[in-house]
Design a protein around this ligand. Structure first.
Ligand code: BES
Ligand code: MN
Length: 848
């Protein structure tokens, strides 16, 4: 709807435009765009600056939120303004950040230490400071304010001026209105200002000298400002300012004193609309005005080239890079323009008003950032598609991110035949990634109606490896648990659309196990591309893990010769103990899934007609039978069940002590009270458990019918040294023998649907040593050695089949919500897991 209206509007020449030009529409990029990421801030985002490492978001609260440009992690909040931030700029070398705000102050921050190094203010009541510009060459700060002045401070001359006193700081001065004396001669009492970060060190204060002020620089607020290269005086800069009066002024700068001199001939008028924002590229100046107007000036000839109606509402931000210009407006839309101001694209970037934007090329990718009154910053990849060799510039992180986006979009739910085509496409997609990295790859069929295994092998070229070559096998899975059907699920994003939010990527399977699988593939792929592989790396990525790895064993056995000998097994399919401490996992429980069915030879009956003290109802039998499985306190009652459980050794105890110690150093976030932690973890990791998943009954389930049959699904998690087959047998036998004591005419059927072995690795072997070292190098923290209560059927099988030991790297955090709504993985965990696996792939085969 809006699209249609938009184009119409665009083609109507603006009444206010002096040249009468309308924007023309050429091939327009899609209006739907997915941001790379969105981060939430504490309030509207009125200003953005971006460096090679950080995104700075100036908010309404006066805080500047700092995020990592790579992982979007929230790093810190710079607290030094008591009112909304209005402008942020960086010095050329990105070592200084300058902020201006509604509190009449300009702060200068170190972009390395995040310390506030200076606070600059004027002795005049300047009101809001809307804009700042910084000349790195002259070490001079210029700012434009609500009282229509432009003021500056030259750091080169800082010894010339006496040190000001805190008393003259705007927050300490009395306000003509609010602080005037009331009846009786007393002023309204003010609470002391105790806001953190708002206390001042006198030595950091800078007061503007009255000689460094141009009063009435505009006949209106000074909204925006920037420095450009002078076209007449080589190597010198010109200050450009835009005002609420609709004029744009050029100011020549005296390079010795930093003073600015207006040149009346260089005042460009835009008409009635206020100039809200500006951007330059080459000799062109692009101005965003109130009422949707965009004017383009040639600064060399100082003429207005075009004026178009770019938006339907106020143009709040303007950004230029290479051959493109982006404008953002009050309706929340961003528009992308060519140099000739043809509309190239438009998209809705914010639910609300766009207030700020910035652009920067980071590791070969052009990132456009927009900030809005929906309290968020959105990051958009606007890298030019016209680039001849786009992939050369993209980092493996970018490639991995877009591969994950595609992989998540395949609904690879193993248990549901509706999705078998998605599974096949997901598998083919993985195969194509392997092949792009130069690995040999194909699909291994499993069983009929079962999903294939993706096989791949990276082989280093003969010349690069002298010693007998080892082989590492990476195991993972591309199938996922169902995301649930609406409206019963509570996903805050589309489960099969990768969504970046607040430093996490959301989507079904991102943590279990698609993200970690891609991290491993890209780790191996990157080594292969750089000729740094030291061993063969084989991948077996199956599509039936969540369904108990159906068909996996047979398929692997069939292909065993082809797969060849394996020295080490690596997997990455579990989570940290909490959200902060990196871990390595050396144990998993096994699992037995069983179905229990009890049926009578009668049909469903009416409970009023047929309910009697003589009838033996299947559901009552079921309830009584299930009750035999555990004591009233939940202890599993299967005979001989607990005896084989391995006793705790001192070495094992030490592992738990280390974990308890780690948590005792925390002041928050402990999972349970410290005194209970060891028992809590042991009961989940090294002791068995039993779960009743569901009990179903036949018939209409209303309160008048006796169901003719009942069924139940139960599972048992098993641990060292319980024997899988013994548990299956004793569970079945126990149920039959207890049931026979009931003397019921009903029939019982017990079946074992799935059984998988527990796994216990050797935390002292070379694989774990290499893994732990790599984790420590990448996270700068020694990992905790943990076990897990969950199960992965293939691990023990692969160890036995290939006679190789497995090591397990948990990539995700405890709060990843695997199998649940809103599954996610932190961007930093994904990228760092790739780095860890790269190190392991490289170092594990080496001697030592
Ligand atoms: N990644 C999990 C295994 C897991 C779960 C590890 C919890 C650590 C903690 C795996 O994908 C999974 O869901 N396994 C199933 C296996 C079952 C379907 C045979 C499980 O544990 O229930
Ligand atoms: Mn799982």
């Amino acid at each position: 709807m809006w699209e249609h209206r938009d184009i119409q509007l665009l083609n109507v020449p603006s009444a206010a435009s002096s040249s009468g030009c309308a924007a023309s529409v050429v091939a327009v990029e899609p209006s739907e765009q997915t941001p790379l990421h969105r981060v939430h801030c504490a309030g509207s985002v009125l200003a953005i600056a971006v460096s090679a490492r950080h995104i700075y978001a100036g908010t309404q609260s006066g805080d500047i939120a700092v995020f990592s440009i790579e992982t979007y992690d929230h790093i810190t909040d710079l607290k030094g303004h008591s009112r909304c931030i209005l402008s942020l700029v960086l010095s050329d070398d990105e070592s200084l950040l300058l902020s201006s705000a509604g509190d009449a102050i300009v702060n200068v921050w170190s972009a390395d230490t995040f310390e506030r190094v200076h606070t600059i203010y004027s002795v005049f009541d300047v009101g809001d400071i809307f804009c700042v510009a910084y000349s790195s060459k002259l070490s001079t700060v210029y700012f434009g304010a609500q009282n229509t002045s432009i003021q500056w401070y030259d750091f080169r001359a800082k010894d010339k001026y006496p040190r000001p006193s805190i008393k003259s700081h705007p927050s300490k001065r009395s306000h003509r209105f609010f602080d005037s004396l009331g009846p009786g001669g007393s002023a309204t009492p003010q609470p002391p200002s105790e806001q953190p970060g708002l206390s001042y060190n006198e030595s950091d204060l800078i007061e503007i000298d009255p000689s460094s002020i141009v009063q009435y620089a505009h006949f209106g607020y000074v909204y925006c400002m920037l420095l450009i290269e002078s076209s007449t005086r080589e190597g010198e800069e010109v200050l450009v300012s835009g005002g609420g009066d609709g004029s744009i002024k050029l100011w020549e700068i005296d390079s010795t004193t930093s003073a600015i001199h207006p040149k009346e001939s260089k005042s460009l008028s835009s008409g009635d609309c206020g100039v809200l924002c500006m951007a330059t590229r080459a000799q062109f100046l692009y101005c965003g005005l109130t009422d949707g107007e965009i004017s383009i000036w040639d600064l060399d000839s100082q003429t207005l080239i075009r004026s178009i109606r770019g938006h339907q509402d106020d143009v709040h931000t303007m950004t230029a890079r290479d051959n493109f210009i982006w404008s953002g407006s009050a309706s929340g839309h961003v528009r992308k323009w060519s140099q000739r101001f043809e509309l190239l694209g438009r998209w809705k970037a914010h639910e609300g008003i766009i207030l700020s934007s910035a652009i920067r090329t980071v590791k070969g990718k052009d990132i456009y950032l927009s900030g809005g009154n929906d309290d968020c910053v959105a990051a958009w990849d606007v890298s030019s598609q016209e680039d001849d060799t786009p992939s050369v510039h993209r980092t493996t992180e970018d490639e991995m991110h877009s591969a994950l986006r595609t992989l998540v979009s395949f609904r690879t739910v193993a248990n549901d035949p509706t999705f078998s085509e998605d599974c096949r496409q997901g598998a083919s997609f993985l195969k194509s990634i392997f092949r792009q990295f130069g690995a040999q790859s194909f699909l291994i069929p499993t069983a009929e109606n079962r999903n294939p295994i993706v096989f791949a092998k990276f082989t280093p070229p003969e010349s690069t490896v002298e010693t007998a070559r080892q082989t590492i096998l990476f195991y993972g899975h591309y199938d996922v648990i169902s995301a649930g059907a609406e409206p019963d699920n509570n996903w805050i994003t589309e489960p099969f659309e990768l969504t970046g939010m607040n430093s996490y990527l959301y989507g079904r399977g991102v943590s279990d196990n698609k993200g970690p699988v891609l991290a491993a593939i890209f780790a191996a792929g990157e080594l292969a591309q750089r000729n740094e592989l030291t061993s063969n790396i084989v991948f077996l990525i199956e599509g039936e893990e969540e369904a108990g790895s159906r068909g996996f064993k047979d398929a692997v056995k069939r292909c065993k010769d082809f797969i060849g000998p394996i020295d080490w097994i690596l997997l990455a399919n579990s989570y940290w103990l909490d959200d902060d401490a990196p871990c390595v996992t050396y144990g998993l429980r096994g699992v037995v899934h069983a179905s229990v069915e009890i049926e009578s030879d009668k049909p469903d009956l009416h409970s009023g007609v047929d309910g009697s003290r003589e009838s033996r109802e299947p559901v009552i039998d079921m309830v009584n039978l299930l009750a035999k499985l555990t004591s009233d306190r939940g202890k599993v009652m299967i005979p001989g069940f607990h005896e084989p459980v391995r006793p705790v050794t001192p070495a094992e105890e030490a592992m738990y002590t280390a974990i308890t110690k780690e948590f005792s150093e925390r002041t928050f976030n402990s999972i349970v009270p410290l005194g209970q932690l060891q028992a809590h973890l042991m009961s989940r990791w090294r002791y068995p458990s039993l779960t009743i998943h569901r009990v179903n009954v036949s018939g209409p389930t209303n309160a008048t019918v006796i169901p003719r049959s009942a069924s139940a699904a139960i599972s048992v998690r098993i641990v060292p040294d319980q024997k899988l087959s013994a548990v299956c047998d004793s569970l079945t036998e126990y149920l039959y023998s207890e049931f026979s004591n009931f003397n019921s005419p009903n029939r019982l059927r017990v079946s074992i649907d799935h059984a998988s072995e527990w796994w216990l690795g050797d935390p002292e072997n070379k694989a774990f040593r290499t893994l732990a070292k790599a984790v420590e190098e990448v996270w700068q923290k020694k990992p905790l050695f943990i076990r897990e209560g969950g199960s992965i059927p293939a691990v023990r099988f692969l160890e036995l089949e290939f006679g190789a030991a497995a090591a397990h790297l948990p990539c995700g955090q405890a709060s990843d919500h695997a199998h649940l709504d809103n599954e996610r993985i932190r961007v930093a965990n994904l990228y760092k897991s790739k780095s860890i696996m790269k190190k392991v792939f490289q170092e594990l085969p080496l001697d030592g």
